[in-house]
Ligand binder design. Structure first.
Ligand code: 3PG
Length: 307
């Protein structure tokens, strides 16, 4: 009987765990749960005898993958898989997958919620501003970027996007104006919503030079990864420009300095919570469980990311 570990330092909603269990019960698999663990050694120990794993932002390091001697497949229930050591997975013959699109709506709704919250001065009673009529730039038009566009167009924002990997026509049919460079997007838009993955090319790519192109009262919304921001550049820019606001789903490493120097011009969630809804957990959890069964039973490698 294959054994599957769900290792989630930030647990799924109970309803999602129930649904995941149902999928594995039906397949005749054993399920082990490791939630809210505080030390990576607990993850290492739990991984030792499992055939498959579901994780969220949990770090699947080389150490974990080496310790998981029976592991055949690991699924990141979510979009970004920068937390999996893909080289180690491949070297160990482990198939790594994600579940693209399954938690996107939750992330898009959070991006919007944070934008409204900050435009209204964190609901402190003082007059704020509205989103209607403002220009929003979507940096990378994947599942989340597209949904952010759909919702913000509903708010009456003028939506632009830059994504060199998505055909122009595909973006334009959503009523979004395509620009052909990041520079053009940042020059045009008061609001930028970030949806790029964190990889060797993108880490620290959102830097002083790019951000300083943004128009007056600029707002950067980051529901992607903190690593894509060049934090030295961000601090310098926030010091130079009193009209710049930074909103992020997960605090940057320099959060204390920002809090000390730039009161009222930032908001950070205490823990990454873009995908933290029951619906997103259920969608991503069921998808991950089903992908594991389909791989172990039929060799289905759809959504493999270490090809
Ligand atoms: C993702 O990449 O899908 C999101 O960042 C969600 O991450 P989480 O599962 O840790 O909430």
């Amino acid at each position: 009987m294959p054994k599957v570990l769900v290792a989630t330092e930030k647990p799924f909603a109970p309803a999602a765990v129930e649904q995941i269990k149902k999928v594995f019960d039906q397949a005749g698999y054993e399920l082990a749960l490791l939630e809210k663990y505080s030390d990576p050694s607990e993850f290492l120990a739990a991984a030792a005898d499992v055939d498959a794993m579901i994780i969220r932002s949990d770090k699947a390091t080389k150490e974990v993958l080496d310790a998981a001697k029976n592991l055949k497949v690991i699924v990141r229930a979510g979009a970004g898989y920068d937390n999996i050591d893909l080289q180690a997975a491949t070297a160990n013959g482990v198939v790594a997958m994600n579940t693209p699109g399954q938690n996107s709506n939750a992330v898009a709704e959070l991006a919007l919620g944070m934008m409204v919250f900050m435009a209204r001065n964190q609901y402190n009673g003082k007059a704020g501003t509205e989103l209607r009529g403002k220009k929003l730039g979507i940096h990378a038009y994947g599942h989340v970027g597209k949904l952010v566009g759909d919702i913000t167009r509903g708010f009456g924002m003028e939506v632009f996007a830059f994504d060199p990997f998505v055909p122009k026509e595909e973006i334009e049919k959503d009523g979004v104006t395509v620009v052909t460079s990041a520079d053009a997007l940042y020059e045009t838009c008061q609001y930028i919503s970030l949806h790029i993955p964190a990889n060797d090319k993108t880490k620290k790519s959102i830097n002083y030079e790019l951000l300083s192109k943004m128009p007056a009262n600029a707002v950067l919304v980051n529901t992607a990864r903190k690593e894509v921001i060049d934090e030295d550049g961000l601090i310098k820019l926030m010091a130079d420009r009193e009209d710049f606001t930074y909103i992020s789903d997960i605090a940057p490493d320099c959060k204390d300095e920002i809090a000390e120097k730039f009161a009222g011009r930032f908001f950070f969630t205490p823990k990454k919570m873009g995908a933290q809804t029951a619906e997103a957990n259920i969608n991503a959890g069921i998808a991950a469980a089903t992908q594991i069964v389909n791989f172990l039973e039929k060799g289905d490698t759809t959504f493999q990311v270490n090809k």
